[in-house]
Write a protein that binds this ligand. Structure first.
Ligand SMILES: *[C@@H]1O[C@H](CO)[C@@H](O)[C@H](O)[C@H]1NC(C)=O
Ligand SMILES: *[C@@H]1O[C@H](CO)[C@@H](O)[C@H](O)[C@H]1NC(C)=O
Length: 233
């Protein structure tokens, strides 16, 4: 082998090594939190890492943050102020028990938020601020979630899909849904509905809107020993 070819090989090898070590070549590069993967420059994937709190060093410009299947009990109220580029936030299957008021700021770019399979107990008024970009909100499988304020979703003008299935809801005011002008899919099955005026109104609203909500699951929605509307509370 001529010395020339050998030199070329060495240069190529060095070049490849340099590229592999360069920031950005792993996507998040040096800004990737230690426990996580950064498959592209805008995604931080910390799913199923045994985390009991938010990892340190999440880059401020992250757009997709995957935190599902951990044991994270809370997110700070200023989280989305800090991470204002977030479009996709997956917190499914953690141990969140509450979302502090104002967590979702008015300026949020969030389009997808998954809070399913957590330990939320209530969704108070104003929880989601005026997240006008939010299109899909998953809140199902929170086994202690028994209270959703009539104004819980106020301001979510783009929301198309709302999941509230398999929670502990015995009642839900129709107003909570009728305030959502873009709603096209709502999941409500698997809740312990109580047959009262609220349920009758909710059911009537779902029936009235079944063209708009083809997947409204109103047919699978029932309350124990029905006759809804006959017992006013
Ligand atoms: C939820 O996350 C835990 C880890 O914290 C995992 O063991 C479990 O399989 C996950 N459950 C589901 C339904 O994915
Ligand atoms: C979930 O919430 C219930 C009721 O608030 C509480 O008893 C339980 O300990 C919580 N579980 C976890 C894993 O935080």
């Amino acid at each position: 082998m001529s010395p020339c070819v050998c030199w070329l090989q060495l240069t190529l090898a060095l070049l490849l090594l340099t590229l592999a070590a360069a920031p950005g070549s792993r996507g998040g590069g040096e800004n990737c939190p230690a426990a996580c993967l950064c498959p592209d420059p805008h995604t931080v994937d910390c799913s199923a890492r045994g985390l009991t709190r938010l990892p340190e060093g999440i880059p401020l410009d992250v757009r997709r943050l995957l935190l599902s299947d951990n044991g994270i009990p809370r997110i700070p109220a200023d989280f989305l102020v800090l991470y204002s580029d977030l479009v996709y936030l997956d917190l499914r299957n953690n141990t969140l028990s509450r979302i502090e008021a104002g967590t979702l700021s008015t300026a949020s770019r969030l389009v997808f938020l998954d809070l399913g399979s957590n330990n939320l107990t209530e969704i108070p008024e104003g929880t989601f601020g005026e997240s006008r970009s939010l299109i899909k909100l998953r809140l199902g499988n929170n086994p202690h979630l028994s209270a959703v304020s009539e104004d819980a979703f106020l301001g979510l003008t783009s929301l198309r899909e709302l999941e509230l299935e398999r929670n502990a809801l015995s009642t839900l005011r129709a107003g909570a849904l009728s305030q959502l002008p873009s709603l096209r899919l709502v999941r409500l099955e698997g809740n312990p509905w109580v047959c009262n005026c609220n349920f009758a109104n909710l059911f009537a609203w779902l029936m009235d809107n079944r063209q708009k909500l083809p997947n409204g699951h109103s047919r699978t929605l029932g309350c124990g020993h029905c006759g809804y509307g006959t017992k006013d509370l």
